[in-house]
Design a protein around this ligand. Structure first.
Ligand SMILES: [Zn+2]
Length: 307
């Protein structure tokens, strides 16, 4: 190796070390110092991560304080909680919980894990680079559609327990709409900061499609029967939590009223994440009550056979 090549190799080595050091040594910055692709919410003034260009640095940033720390941890913990619940349900003996009952609950849990897992990863790697940020924001939105689809499964299953054709019809409708929501989410412009209300609107509308089977269900069971009040009551509370979260997210409240004061804590996105977790647990509680009630009633009088 001649001296020129050695010097070049040494230079590359030193440059790589300097880059590594730069990644470890990064400082949070002001909104105006961010590149345009990272400028998402101008009501958050300071504490932003700069572009890190390294997955390792992004994942290490989980343990540092910046505008995304709260968003990362809320959904990381939510994801772990639902993962533990999945293991618990899967380990129940057959006499306690039949295979079908386990399955419908676990499908819901997988929806929650996917949504919160994608969200946690998105918030972690969002500042990697424009391409990575865009790709993971699409996965984040697809996760929301998957959570909504998964939430319908146990609710429809127990709600139309003795009418399997109805619940399957609704399920096909929900899966088809979920696919449409995902295709919309894959559209490149969907993650633009200005389209926040559209994003909130698409997912809220998708969730509100549930009004149709809920009305059908109320008409069959009687709107004021005990079972209807239990199941629709919890469903309404869940809808209230999700819609409140979507509104805060779309309007960027409270940081809109306190610009620069919610940079690290109490920003709308964190509140939205917490409301999603609460809504997911409320839904879990609601479907547990529905399952208990339905299973305590015994077999259906006439239940058409399904494959
Ligand atoms: Zn989020």
């Amino acid at each position: 190796m001649d001296i020129g090549t050695m010097a070049q190799a040494e230079f590359q080595h030193v440059a790589a070390q300097a880059r590594d050091l730069g990644r470890k040594m990064w400082n949070v910055c002001h909104f105006h110092n961010l590149p345009q692709w990272l400028q998402d919410n101008d009501f958050l003034h300071t504490g932003h991560r700069p572009p890190l260009n390294s997955f390792q640095a992004c994942f290490q940033s989980i343990f540092r304080i910046h505008t995304e720390t709260g968003n990362i941890w809320t959904h990381l913990l939510g994801c772990i909680a639902f993962f533990v619940m999945t293991l618990y349900f899967a380990s129940r003996p057959e006499e306690e919980l039949s295979f079908q009952d386990k399955l419908v609950f676990i499908i819901y849990f997988i929806g929650a894990i996917t949504c919160m897992g994608f969200s946690f990863v998105f918030h972690t790697v969002h500042c990697h680079s424009e391409t990575v940020g865009k790709l993971f924001s699409k996965l984040d939105y697809c996760g929301i559609a998957i959570l909504i689809m998964g939430s319908f499964v146990p609710w429809l299953y127990y709600g139309f327990y003795c009418e399997p054709y109805s619940w399957m019809l609704y399920l096909v409708l929900i899966v088809a709409l979920g696919m449409v929501a995902m295709v919309v989410a894959l559209w490149d412009k969907f993650s633009d900061p200005g389209l926040r209300p559209l994003r909130a609107g698409v997912f809220t509308t998708f969730g509100l499609i549930g009004v149709i089977p809920a009305l059908h269900y109320g008409a069959v069971e009687g709107f004021f029967s005990n079972f209807t009040l239990i199941s629709l009551g919890w469903l309404l509370l869940m809808a209230f939590l999700y819609i409140s979260g979507a509104l805060l997210y779309a309007l960027r409240v409270p940081e809109r009223f306190f610009p620069g004061k919610c940079d690290l804590l109490f920003q709308s996105h964190q509140i939205f994440h917490v409301l999603v977790i609460l809504a997911a647990f409320v839904h879990y509680h609601g479907i547990t009550k529905m399952a208990e009630y339905r299973l305590s009633k015994g077999e259906c009088e006439v239940r058409p056979a399904v494959v």
